[in-house]
Ligand binder design. Structure first.
Ligand SMILES: Cc1cc2nc3c(=O)[nH]c(=O)nc-3n(C[C@H](O)[C@H](O)[C@H](O)COP(=O)(O)O)c2cc1C
Length: 214
């Protein structure tokens, strides 16, 4: 039997979830976790952890895009990506998680966020943005468009076009599973039994069925 959810269940009303809608925790749909890097106008590196995103093909299969679906307009990433019209999307394996999270603590405008978090910036080849050397895959991107999901919101969708990809040789055989990309997974709350606080997990991807060749 299935239960339906369209109103906040009584015991989820006090949920403290950093502004996330309660349905994020009822549905618990994982999203890839990555670090987006830009240069600030003072020349310092900016790094922004992101997890609400889609990666998709358009233009009859000829182009590849990143859609960052919830970029906070008050943050440095939004400001810098509009100024520079480019960014790098860096994929990290779980061993880099602490350093990636340190970029959030080192978020001051004057901070060289990558260096101060123990990460190395290298110049991208086709755009004016730093790539994170330690990340196993870097997507060089050009800003394509922005759109508010709800007009006047403090968050906006940002579409970036991928123009160049760097992949560490050690990851050419596999970019998923233990040493591959990580996912943010909201704790799947039981809507009626929930007590306490929401939290998240970090997950990896494990293939279970090969769907066959194209
Ligand atoms: C796992 C995780 C995912 C995040 N995803 C997003 C996101 O999708 N959009 C966003 O604006 N901030 C997101 N954040 C928050 C930003 O990383 C954080 O506020 C950062 O310091 C903002 O950097 P900025 O000032 O360079 O924009 C996320 C944080 C974490 C830990």
């Amino acid at each position: 039997m299935k239960r339906e959810y369209y109103k906040v269940p009584e015991n989820m009303k006090g949920l403290e979830a950093w502004g996330f809608n309660w349905l994020e925790f009822v549905t618990s749909i994982p999203s890839p976790m990555f670090l987006v890097t830009t240069y600030k106008s003072n020349g310092k590196t900016n790094a922004c952890m992101q997890s609400w995103a889609a990666f998709t093909t358009a233009d009859k299969g000829s182009r590849f895009f990143v859609i960052l679906s919830s970029v906070y307009k008050g943050g440095h990433f939004y400001k810098t990506v509009l100024e520079q019209e480019c960014a790098v999307v860096n994929f990290l394996s779980v061993d880099l998680y602490d350093k990636a999270m340190a970029t959030i603590r080192n978020n001051q405008w004057e901070a060289d966020e990558l260096a101060e978090s123990g990460l190395t910036a290298v110049k991208a080849a086709k755009v004016n943005a730093p790539m994170v050397e330690e990340c196993f895959m870097n997507l060089e991107c050009k800003f394509f468009w922005e759109k508010e999901i709800v007009p006047g919101d403090d968050r906006v969708m940002v579409c970036l076009e991928v123009v160049n990809v760097h992949i560490d040789e050690k990851h050419l055989d596999n970019r998923i599973e233990e040493n591959g990309m990580i996912y943010n997974i909201h704790h799947p709350i039981h809507p009626e039994k929930f007590t306490g606080k929401a939290h998240d997990y970090i997950g990896i991807v494990k293939p279970i069925v090969d769907t066959g060749e194209y």
